[in-house]
Every structure is written in C-alpha cells, then in structure tokens.
Design a protein around this ligand. Structure first.
Ligand SMILES: NC(=O)c1ccc[n+]([C@@H]2O[C@H](COP(=O)([O-])OP(=O)(O)OC[C@H]3O[C@@H](n4cnc5c(N)ncnc54)[C@H](O)[C@@H]3O)[C@@H](O)[C@H]2O)c1
Length: 438
C-alpha cells in the first residue's frame, strides 16, 4: 500500500504494480482517488499516464481514500507531502494524519517505510510514537525504516526502477526487512546505512549538494560571461579531472532552481542544523545565488534586446519552456515565472508556451493565457527565450522559425545548451544568440 498518491506515490505505485505487486494507492484527496480508479493521471510525468491507465485496467493498481487496506497490506509506503514553513521547519501535518490512520490498523510483522523527505530524527521521534499508539512496538512487532525517495521529475519512471534504494532502519530487523522488500519487489540495489537518521540525512545532503553545485555553475556562468569565455567549454574540460573516488562534476547553469525539493530540502537541513547549533552557510549562499538567477536572466535578456534596438512595448518575447526543469511539464514553483514577471515589469510583452505543461496550470501560474502552439508563440516575436530545454526544442527547425519571427530576433538559450554548430546556424539565419555564460 502507498499512502499519498502524489508524484512520488504514483510513480512508486506503478513501478511496483508493473513488477507484479498488487498496489493500493491511498490518498486523502477524493479527486486523486477517483482519477486513479478511472485510470486517469494528471501528473505531468512522461510515460506515467499510460501506465496508470494500463495498470488500473488490470486491477493491479487500485485506489482508496480509506486506510483500511493497511490491514491486508504487507508493506505500507508513506509518500505524503512534507513542506516547510517560512522558517524552514518541517510542516508534518500530512505525515501525522497519515500515521494516525495507519496506527490502529497495523498488524504484527507489518513493515512501514517512510519515502517522504523529513528532518533527521523525525521517523524515530514523531513517526514511531504515532504508529505505536495502535499498541504495537516498532522493531519488536512491526518494522519501521526510512528509504528516502530520490527520483527526479522528467526521468522518474526510469529512476524509480533503477536507482539504488537507501535503507536506514529504526533497528536491524526493520532494516533487513526493508532491504529484502526493495530487492524482491523492485529488483533494485540497496545501500544500507546504519540508522534511520543516516538515511534521513542522505536525502537532505543530496539536494543540498545539487543546489550548491548548481549555484557554482550559475556563478561560474556569470564570471565566464564577463571573461567572454563559454561556460560550457569550461565545465566540459573541468569535469575530466579525477577527484576522490569520482571526478569533478560541475552541473550546468540555468534560469534558477525550482521544483518542490531543491527549494525546500536544503532549508530543512539548515533549520535543523540551526536548532542543533550548527550553521550551514553553504545552504544560505547557494539558495541566495540560485534565487537571484531569474532576475539576472531577465536583465540579460532586456540588455540584449535593448542592444538590438528593441525596446519595451516592442515585439513580444516568446518564452518557450515554462517548467521548472527540462523534459517535465511541472510548473509548480518554476523560476521561469519570476523571469516572466521581471520581463513584464520592464515593459516587455511576453507570450508563454510549454508543450509539456497543462494549459490550465500555465494560466494559473503565469496569469497569461498560454500560446496554443509553437507557431502562435513565435509569430512576430522579437525574442525566443528557451527557459526549459525540452527535447523537442533541441530538434527545432530554426530556418522555419526565422520565417515567422520579427527581425532582429534574439535567441536566448536558458537551458538548451546548443552546440557551437547550432549557434553558427542561428547566426547564419540572422538570429542574435545569447546564453547563460555564453
Ligand atoms: N516530487 C519529487 O520529485 C520528489 C522527489 C523525491 C522526494 N520527494 C518527497 O516525497 C514526498 C512526496 O512528494 P510529492 O511530490 O509526491 O508530493 P505531492 O504533493 O505530489 O503528493 C502528496 C500526496 O499525499 C496526499 N496526502 C496528504 N496527506 C495525506 C494523508 N494524510 N493521507 C493520505 N494522503 C495524503 C496528497 O493528497 C497528495 O496526493 C515529499 O516528502 C517530497 O519531498 C518528492
């Protein structure tokens, strides 16, 4: 059983059902449950909707608002949301509510696995006592382990079936049971860590590292821009250096960091560290650097357009790709929104187009009716701003687009990372080109 049929819960549920398990997805939201029962999935993850349709039809994936399926399940995976408040403190309402529902239905030999991201110590000091209210004791009567979900949106279905699962038990029996479960049910490798707390920290450390690494790439890009050096050449060459047990692995610059994890998990670690007397300064710095990127990107676009003789109220800017990262349609918490707000504040009219995003979500997030097609977005535009690098943008026929745009037209490369030959092609077609750090 999976408690919380959101992004993580649904991806996990279909992966397990596809491997032969009978999965019940339990969610407090009746609309989500109704959708799943009807074989519908609105989550913007490539490949997910057809799998939900297929597995719901076979009966291997069912859904319920009631937690009664706990009683017949061997394993209960908890994947409810774990947001933070403005001070970085974990908001555990969803987690507490789910545990309160699970507790009275727990049976001996059950295994409860926390997939949600939590501050270190949460499983042992909050989840375990809540579950024990049903009268059973963890580790003695039922298993309790932390296996933080590490999938990335856009490639979630592949990752959930292949990534090694980190396992930290609230005791050795719990850890062994969780280890067996992942090997048998998903056929994936397991990386066991000594405690539940270690597993909780692994998740926070990972997203903290990603955020810091992206911040370095973003600052490096700003530095390379003033040096007139292509940041991608620098990163490519720097990453050939062996270091430690791996190698230098600079990530790439972008228009900012969004999504539901990287913007919250580092702050969760920061706040927990602060409460325990440790100041995590790299979290503060990386968050500030990455939060500054949308404003920086907007000012680069504005400066380039002014340099081309284009002013506010001139031809529109077509923002192509509005999701928080490439190859997903998820526009929740997308930094592209802040770029669009800043461009409009500078007086530039903006159109938004994202082929992967739900038009209603785009309208809700950006407050502008989205363009219905690429052609509609780019016709008469004085700038094509690629702010997500979706695969289908990589294959675009720029010669055809050149016929539609208003000349001079700037191609702003936020996340396409076009290779030099494509940039030369753009120049030959009469486009101006500018990337982040390029
Ligand atoms: N989205 C990601 O890419 C990702 C990746 C790794 C880890 N995580 C972590 O996984 C967890 C879930 O994230 P998500 O993106 O799937 O969240 P989500 O908001 O998409 O899904 C949470 C689901 O839980 C349901 N829910 C809330 N309270 C409930 C309750 N008491 N009982 C049953 N259902 C309840 C909600 O209705 C919702 O459908 C979070 O801790 C998140 O940090 C997310």
């Amino acid at each position: 059983m999976v408690a919380g049929a959101g992004y993580v819960g649904t991806c996990l549920g279909v992966a397990l059902a596809e491997r032969g398990a009978e999965v019940v997805a339990v969610d407090s939201d009746p609309d989500t449950v109704e959708d799943l029962r009807a074989g519908r999935c609105r989550l913007p993850e490539p490949g997910l909707a057809p799998m939900v349709r297929r597995l719901a039809a076979t009966g291997r994936l069912t859904a319920s608002t009631s937690f009664d399926p706990v009683q017949v399940a061997d394993v209960v995976l908890v994947a409810v949301g774990t947001p933070i408040d403005p001070k970085g403190v974990l908001v555990a309402d969803q987690l507490v509510a789910a545990c309160q529902q699970i507790a009275p239905r727990l049976r001996p030999r059950h295994l409860v696995i926390l997939k949600s991201t939590v501050a270190p110590g949460t499983t042992r000091t909050l989840v375990a006592p809540l579950l024990e209210r049903g009268g059973l004791v963890h580790e003695r009567d039922f298993g309790l382990a932390v296996c933080p979900e590490r999938l990335a949106e856009g490639v979630a279905l592949t990752q959930v079936r292949t990534l090694p699962v980190v396992v930290g038990g609230c005791g050795p029996h719990s850890a062994s049971a969780a280890e067996r479960f992942w090997r048998d049910a998903l056929g994936v490798d397991v990386r066991r860590v000594p405690t539940a707390e270690a597993a909780e920290v692994v998740k926070l450390a990972t997203n903290w590292w990603i955020d810091v690494n992206v911040a370095i790439a973003n600052e490096l890009a700003r530095y390379c821009a003033v040096l007139d050096v292509d940041v991608l050449d620098v990163i490519d060459a720097a990453n050939t250096l062996p270091k430690g047990t791996s190698r230098v692995n600079l990530l790439v610059p972008g228009v900012g960091v969004g999504g539901s994890c990287l913007t919250k998990d580092p702050w969760m670690a920061w706040r927990d560290g602060r409460d325990r007397g440790v100041r995590l300064r790299t979290v503060e710095t990386a968050r500030a650097v990455n939060d500054d990127m949308p404003g920086h990107v907007a000012s680069v676009i504005v400066d380039e357009l002014l340099g081309l003789g284009r002013g506010p109220t001139d031809s529109p800017i077509a923002v192509l790709g509005a999701a928080f990262k490439s190859d997903t349609g998820d526009v929740r918490n997308t930094p592209v929104r802040d770029v669009v707000v800043a461009l409009r504040e500078n007086g530039f009219p903006v159109r938004v187009f994202d082929p992967l995003a739900d038009p209603a979500a785009l309208l809700d997030r950006f407050g502008i009716p989205p363009a219905a097609s690429l052609d509609e977005a780019v016709r008469g535009a004085g700038c094509l701003a690629f702010l997500a690098g979706h695969r289908e943008f990589q294959r675009l026929d720029f010669a055809a687009l050149a016929e539609l745009v208003d000349v001079p037209c700037l191609v702003f490369d936020g996340l396409l990372h076009l290779p030099p030959a494509r940039v030369r092609e753009l120049h030959q077609l009469g486009f101006a080109y500018r990337g982040i750090g390029r």
